[in-house]
Write a protein that binds this ligand. Structure first.
Ligand code: PLP
Length: 435
């Protein structure tokens, strides 16, 4: 299904009807560059490489584009000219994530010995309290364009909740799949929006394998799996993190970014987003370093990075950072490329360091991160100690989820300072009084 030239961002789907995904012109293979019509496909028909969205990027001067963006809504749709979505996307029912806070983390910087500037991009502020709302919002628009009526996914937890919420709001049926042993906060958030939630007896990699089978079977026919057959569109949602970070820094590139890795999609697409901003002249071209962060209990990418390997050997995950527990990460090799090309690194921290880092971020900045945020903050600390991260530069650390969803991780070591009778004497005896 190789393509003729596609004009004005309109392609044709399998049914031959026209799809309007704005500036998205085609899908192109990351490996061999072959182009395909926009459609619910994800692997190259020639070489099986992953497909990604190719654009007719907007014309006009950088200043005109910045003005157009600034005039847009306070969510990811302000970047619609750079995303595979129709121009009138903001008027459609969707969860409208994004434009989350970029917190200047001076207290944390002091604790970590950072003398440059440190910022936490806090994606716990999204509608379902994780970064996944960004990718799902884009996948919803693709699902709409391709005529799907059911949304599905294989999830480590956060994605299931984001799909459930987006489906409810946008009028899709949803049926999502998770490992059976997730945190209660993730399970409840995935179920509360009223779609179908299925626990699979196995880990995420088993869930993912099951979904790949389902997609080729009549049992799952006509379903839009946001991270499988809609993956090329889904992935583009992560570019909005790059756009927001640079816009919030005054249209400047940060020097260093610390990004968590599950499948590696987010890290890969943040790099794509930064490259686009440079190409469009929205930011000045200068070097930046991308650092990947994993939990030691699921560290296939950091293991490969440290060993100097190009391929990622799958692992069986065992970590409290369940949202990152993908033992066979699809974009692992691309993450290795990006970390090496930009002069970054991939590092990991163990469960105890993750919990310590969650508490460090909470007590210094008032941000309660889920375990994935503990991974990035913990890895940042480790990278400074090992000299790989330069403490004199501008660094952005991602917090991709909300601590309320992973209370189990901190509950055993976090609780009241004292429990007392309601009397002044008892309070005095507890040793916490003003004088
Ligand atoms: C899914 C997820 C990520 C990153 O996922 P990728 O598969 O690497 O894109 C990071 N943090 C949280 C909290 C997530 O749920």
């Amino acid at each position: 299904m190789a393509v003729q030239t596609v004009q004005n961002g309109t392609g044709a789907n399998a049914a031959g009807t026209t799809v309007d995904l704005g500036p998205a012109a085609a899908l192109s293979c990351r490996e061999c560059g072959e182009r395909f019509d926009l459609g619910p496909i994800f692997a190259c028909a020639s070489c099986f490489g992953p497909l990604e969205v190719a654009y007719d990027l907007p014309s006009g001067t950088p200043d005109e584009l910045k003005k157009r963006i600034a005039a847009g809504p306070d969510n990811i749709w302000r970047y619609a000219p750079l995303l595979p979505v129709p121009a009138d996307v903001a008027s459609k029912p969707n969860i409208n994530p994004g434009f989350t806070k970029l917190v200047k983390a001076d207290n944390l910087a002091r604790e970590l010995g950072i003398t440059g500037s440190l910022h936490v991009k806090d994606d716990s502020g999204n509608p379902t309290h994780s970064f996944k709302d960004r990718v799902v919002a884009i996948a919803v628009e693709a699902a709409r364009a391709f005529g799907f009526t059911t949304l599905s996914c294989s999830s480590t937890g956060n994605l299931a909740g984001a799909v459930g919420a987006a489906a409810a709001r946008a009028g899709f049926r949803s049926c999502v799949f998770i490992p059976h042993d997730l945190e209660q906060g993730k399970v409840v958030m995935a179920a509360v929006y009223g779609g179908d939630l299925v626990g699979i007896e196995g880990n995420y990699d088993d869930v993912n394998r099951f979904c790949s089978e389902l997609i080729g079977d009549p049992l799952g026919e006509g379903w839009g799996f946001v991270n499988v057959n809609l993956r090329p569109y889904y992935g583009e949602g992560s570019k909005t993190l790059a756009y927001e970070i640079c816009e919030q820094l005054g249209w400047r590139l940060p020097d260093q970014l610390v990004i968590p890795i599950a499948s590696g999609s987010q890290l890969t697409k943040i790099d794509k987003g930064l490259q686009e901003l440079i190409k469009l002249g929205l930011v000045e071209d200068k070097p930046y370093k991308i650092f990947g962060a994993q939990a030691k209990g699921c560290s296939p990418v950091s293991t490969a990075f440290k060993a100097g390997h190009d391929v990622v050997r799958p692992q069986k995950p065992d970590t409290i950072a369940k949202s990152l527990a993908i033992g066979n990460p699809a974009d692992g090799p691309y993450v290795l490329d990006i970390a090496r090309r930009t002069g970054g690194a991939v590092e990991d921290v163990d469960d105890e360091q993750i919990v310590d880092a969650i508490k460090l971020l909470a007590r210094t900045e008032g941000i309660f991160a889920e375990t994935a945020g503990g991974v990035t903050v913990g890895v940042t600390k480790k990278l400074i100690e090992s000299g790989l991260l330069d403490p004199t530069l501008t660094t952005v650390v991602l917090n991709t989820g909300d601590g309320l969803k992973t209370l189990d991780a901190v509950a055993p070591t976090t609780g009241p300072t004292a429990t007392i009778r309601p009397s002044l004497d008892a309070f005095r005896d507890a040793g916490l009084a003003a004088s």
